[in-house]
Design a protein around this ligand. Structure first.
Ligand code: HEM
Ligand code: HEM
Length: 181
């Protein structure tokens, strides 16, 4: 695997800054923060946009011309930055925590914590993403996208399986909860 150079990544990232921010913390809640995300996960996502495994009108075209070296450098650059913390509004704490830590045994939603970790830190070795600090709105959009099958680049359907049985209420609560972890 190519080892990324964060300094070269900073130069390649110039066209990305308008959406993902000067420090990897995107100004709009619709656009994901990339700061502090695991390099393994970032690399997989950029490769998936490039190959067509993950489809998004903006990102598919942004990733199309990136070389393997660019991808490795960009992943090294963004993963070395610091994510700005999020906060959980009080009304989402109870249900959000329950779904995150235990899932929903009746409907078969698995505990998110099992893969994304007790503090939402993910697992870099397995390219499982960090979720803590991410914009709640972006998280909710992704969960709905896995649920409908529109986002289908998760290996072994890990996330489509998790999201399939979630209600809108559970998605809203867990998205806000994990953003503030
Ligand atoms: C998603 C990187 C440019 C808007 C992502 C993701 C990565 C990324 C790694 C996936 C994040 C995740 O799964 O958590 C980059 C890089 C760019 C770039 C390296 C420059 C080469 C842009 C620009 C825009 C943008 C210019 C806005 C015009 C978005 C949006 C998503 C996204 C809306 C979510 C797409 C979806 O739902 O699949 N970007 N980005 N990005 N980016 Fe970018
Ligand atoms: C990706 C949330 C359960 C493994 C994601 C993403 C979100 C999320 C929002 C996309 C992150 C981004 O775009 O930046 C959740 C929630 C869960 C849950 C709220 C509980 C309902 C699980 C479980 C597993 C898992 C149980 C393991 C079996 C993964 C993996 C990815 C991912 C591997 C990356 C998939 C890809 O490449 O598209 N998760 N997750 N998640 N999650 Fe989960």
């Amino acid at each position: 695997m190519v080892t990324g150079d964060p300094e070269a990544g900073a130069t390649t990232a110039m066209p990305c800054q308008s959406c993902h921010g000067l420090d990897g913390n995107s100004p709009s809640p619709e656009w994901p923060k990339l700061a502090g995300q695991h390099a393994t996960y970032l690399k997989k996502q950029l490769q998936d946009y490039r190959s067509g495994a993950r489809v998004n009108a903006i990102m598919s075209s942004m990733a199309a011309s990136l070389s393997d070296e660019d991808v490795a450098n960009l992943a090294a650059y963004y993963s070395s930055q610091t994510i700005a913390e999020g906060a959980t509004p009080e009304q989402y704490v109870e249900l959000g925590e329950k779904v995150y830590q235990q899932g929903n045994k009746e409907s078969g939603v698995p505990a998110c914590m099992a893969c994304h970790g007790p503090a939402g830190q993910g697992n870099p070795a397995a390219s499982w993403p960090r979720l803590s600090g991410q914009h709640a709105q972006y998280i909710a959009t992704q969960l709905k996208s896995y649920r409908s099958g529109e986002r289908a680049n998760d290996l072994n359907e890990m996330m489509r399986g998790a999201a399939k049985k979630m209600t809108d209420e559970e998605i809203t609560a867990v998205s806000h909860y994990v953003s503030g972890l």
